[in-house]
Design a protein around this ligand. Structure first.
Ligand code: ZN
Length: 244
């Protein structure tokens, strides 16, 4: 345990919920922060409240460490970053090679706000679900970007903040395995039932991997990771059985 208190960037999605579980396992005091930047759907904001409540209900040890939630209004940033997530534009691949869901420098803004809040609250480990494996190639999710930002925040506050990204090197299949390791089948179930990842904000259809349209890039990534995880578990079981 590097620090006894952490602030988790928490969106109510799969990755940030796994990070919240990781933080509750590793720090004595954990608070969450969410950002309102003019998202297309309130589904995300509703998922945040539901996921926190379910964690508190199902994991008493974690509940004792879970502190307040904060929501920061960064709508003016959303107005600048006018992309598919914050407007009615279609989700497409752009000539830059990035999907139109990319909000430029979003994580730089979010971590800077989180540091200002963490400074006030005495939370010096900032935790985020960024991942550079198996991802859409968002440059602000890269480890190099976040290490540079960590240094800038330390210099700019004179506080030894750390940016923790436990999912950075994991594939989406690894993230499911990590979920099970952290909180067993109950945590996997919570992720499936309560978290929200779908870019289109759909919660009509329940798939093995959770709710969503099943067709947008976020749903595809989540489904693919789940299937790969299930496949590797099945072959592991077979191996164990033959060894016996
Ligand atoms: Zn979807």
């Amino acid at each position: 345990m590097k620090d006894s208190a952490a602030l988790v960037l928490f969106s109510g999605g799969q990755d940030s919920t796994v990070c919240l579980g990781w933080a509750l396992d590793n720090y004595e005091r954990v608070e969450t922060v969410g950002f309102y930047y003019g998202q297309r759907h309130s589904v995300e904001m509703e998922a945040r409240i539901r996921v926190r409540a379910e964690i508190a209900r199902r994991f008493p040890e974690w509940a004792a460490r879970l502190g307040p939630d904060h929501v920061l209004d960064v709508a003016s940033f959303g107005a600048i970053a006018d992309t598919a997530l914050t407007s009615e534009a279609e989700i497409v691949m752009l000539s830059s090679g990035l999907p139109s869901t990319f909000v430029p420098a979003r994580n730089l803004v979010f971590f800077t706000y989180a540091a200002a809040l963490g400074y006030r609250r005495g939370l010096h480990a900032l935790v985020g679900g960024m991942c550079e494996t198996d991802y859409s190639g968002y440059p602000d999710c890269r480890d190099a970007t976040l290490r540079a930002l960590e240094e800038a925040i330390r210099l700019g506050t004179e506080v030894p903040f750390s940016i923790e990204t436990p999912l950075m090197r994991l594939t989406k299949a690894d993230t499911w395995a990590f979920t099970e390791k952290l909180g067993g089948a109950a945590f996997v179930d919570l992720i499936v039932e309560e978290t929200h990842t779908c870019y289109r904000g759909e919660r009509g259809t329940r798939h093995d991997w959770g709710y969503g349209c099943g067709a947008c890039p976020a749903c595809e990534l989540r489904a693919k990771g789940y299937t790969e995880w299930q496949t590797s578990r099945a072959s592991e079981d077979r191996r164990k059985n033959t060894a016996m």
